[in-house]
Design a protein around this ligand. Structure first.
Ligand SMILES: [Zn+2]
Length: 398
């Protein structure tokens, strides 16, 4: 290890950087990003004087102490000021900046978390790595393709192109249009489940606890089963909701929360040979990204919402309402929330929002881990509420 001190020059400003040469150029780029707000992908680092570019091959122990940062953005747009660039940032650029910011924070947390933290992080990622390999299995891909009305989707794709006045689309344009129609079809063909209907009478059910997967469920990579009780108290003791991780099984069940939705949709994308990613967000939402050859970049696709290429959906739309980050977002959030929702203790005065704690229901069977309390959400079992319940998770693999 060699501790180094660099002086980085960017847009006429100088930034001192302390750096450990063992960390590699990725870490250096994140440090530079935190100082200059130039995302790592846009950074071109030059040794001052000789103008040699610092790359992965460079020996960071011996490069010049004086560095200069040029962003690729500068190369393209010439000599615009930093301020005018900020005001002209497109959603895509903003999304990339936010992503890079989150990556920098995640990397910092990862580095600060020590050996046990790193192990926990790895334990969370490892299962996903083996999980996504299921998308490459030819049997699963074929089963996915067989469940899609390909001719109808192709026709819709051509009609949508025709409506845009494009009667002679290129392969890239056709592929792009097909992917969007696949997304819309998927959204119609899959259903969202907070609590499944009673298997016996179809009535609404209430969550009562977790059960153990049966061998037939484990076979399709189910590691947790949610149990629900019929609200009409019919003869059915409980309705099981196995959280399957095998997308092959999801082709058949066609239901779940965002984890099942994104898992199954990513299989469809791979089945039609789109380069695809399963996006795991540790805040409990997941979605898909495909590489668009039309746009020459990765594109966000959220099957639950039927929304594409809107990666700021979460940052700009929903998140600031619940977690405003500045005065402006707080004002917007307050304007969208009812004015008077709490009593002097800050507890809700709206009846349907009250959380009622009830005694444990009597379940005449032996599920392994009954929940300690039955928390009932009386009216809207929204996705957000369900995500707050510890035992009921939406995103990721279960
Ligand atoms: Zn029932």
């Amino acid at each position: 290890m060699v501790a180094r001190q660099f002086l980085l020059c960017h847009h006429g400003e100088e930034f001192p950087i302390e750096y450990d040469s063992d960390d590699g150029i990725e870490v250096l780029k994140f440090q530079i990003f935190s100082l200059t707000s130039v995302v790592p992908d846009d950074q071109k680092i030059l040794e001052e004087g000789c103008e040699v570019e610092v790359t992965e091959e460079s020996d960071l122990k011996t490069i010049s102490e004086k560095l200069r940062l040029v962003s690729f953005h500068d190369d393209i747009k010439g000599k615009e000021t930093a301020d005018s660039k900020t005001s002209e940032r497109s959603d895509e650029e903003l999304a990339r900046m936010i992503q890079a910011e989150e990556d920098a924070i995640a990397m910092q947390m990862f580095q600060d978390s020590g050996a046990s933290g790193r192990r926990m992080f790895e334990q969370r990622l490892r299962p996903c790595i083996s999980q996504v390999l299921m998308y490459e299995d030819s049997k699963r891909k074929e089963a996915a393709r067989k469940s899609v009305p390909i001719d109808r989707i192709e026709e819709k794709a051509l009609v949508s192109l025709g409506k845009e006045g494009n009667l002679d689309p290129s392969k890239e344009e056709k592929d792009h249009a097909f992917l969007l129609q696949l997304l819309y079809w998927f959204k119609q063909s899959f259903s969202w489940v907070n609590s499944p209907p009673c298997e016996n009478c179809g009535s609404e059910t209430t969550f009562i606890g977790m059960g153990s997967p049966l061998p037939s469920e484990t076979y399709f990579s189910c590691s947790s089963v949610e149990l629900f009780r019929c609200q009409k108290h019919c003869s059915k003791n409980s309705t099981r909701f196995p959280r399957y991780n095998d997308p092959l099984k999801l082709l058949e069940t066609r239901r779940g929360r965002c984890g099942e939705w994104a898992n199954c949709f990513t299989l469809y994308c791979r089945a039609f040979n789109y380069e695809s990613r399963f996006i795991l967000d540790f805040t409990d939402h997941v979605w898909t990204e495909c590489f668009s050859h039309l746009h020459g970049r990765w594109m966000h696709l959220d099957p639950c919402e039927g929304v594409y290429d809107n990666p700021l959906l979460y940052e700009k739309g929903l998140l600031p309402l619940y977690f405003p980050r500045d005065k402006h977002e707080e004002e917007v959030a307050l304007s969208k929330l009812p004015a008077d929702v709490g009593d002097e203790n800050g507890e809700t005065i709206i009846d349907e929002r009250k959380i009622r704690i009830k005694s444990l229901p009597i379940v005449p069977m032996t599920p392994t881990k009954p929940s300690t309390v039955d928390v009932e959400f009386p009216v809207n079992r929204t996705r957000l509420l369900s995500q707050k319940q510890n035992s009921i998770t939406g995103g990721g693999f279960q």
